[in-house]
Design a protein around this ligand. Structure first.
Ligand code: OFO
Length: 165
């Protein structure tokens, strides 16, 4: 049985992951609108991945006989500037999510809930990978935001991201 505090924080994390999905879907739409189909594809896959992150929490709460509480998902912005500016916003958001996961782990430890702390380890690793991937893309885009050739070669590279299923 989940403690009330833990259940609340896990439900809050579902909302954050759903917002991440929404945010990346907005970035996908924006990328399409500015003629970057590879970016659009990458963000669409990322949005699906974030939905899976939310569902993993959803299943965990259910499996622990907890209570799911779905909250309103905030509206994401519609414009994100240049490609590199957009990825800086992604990094900022992922750093926010990493802090949130770390706080959840701290809470689980403080509440002596080893099951939840160990469940969260998957997210700790995932956040490490997500931040790393985004930093790599920023490194490729840095300083060349106005260089059409490089943007289009990164666009072609992002188009190769495999779909989730
Ligand atoms: Fe769910 O990892 Fe990104 O936000």
């Amino acid at each position: 049985m989940l403690k009330e505090k833990i259940q609340e924080a896990l439900n809050e994390q579902i909302n954050k992951e759903m917002y991440s999905s929404y945010l990346y879907l907005a970035m996908s739409a924006y990328s399409s609108s500015v003629g970057l189909p590879g970016f659009a594809h990458w963000f669409r896959v990322q949005a699906e991945e974030e939905y899976m992150h939310a569902m993993r929490l959803f299943d965990y709460i259910n499996n622990q006989d907890g209570k799911i509480k779905l909250k309103e998902i905030k509206e994401p912005p519609a414009g994100f500037g240049t490609a590199v500016e957009m990825f800086h916003q992604v990094l900022e958001h992922e750093q926010f999510i990493t802090r949130s996961i770390n706080e959840l782990v701290e809470l689980a430890n403080a509440e002596q809930d080893g099951t939840t702390a160990s469940f969260l380890q998957w997210y700790v690793k995932e956040q490490e990978e997500e931040e790393e991937n985004v930093k790599e893309i920023i490194a490729k885009l840095r300083g060349i935001d106005k260089n059409e050739y490089v943007i289009s070669s990164v666009d072609q590279e992002l188009a190769k991201r495999p779909a989730l299923r």
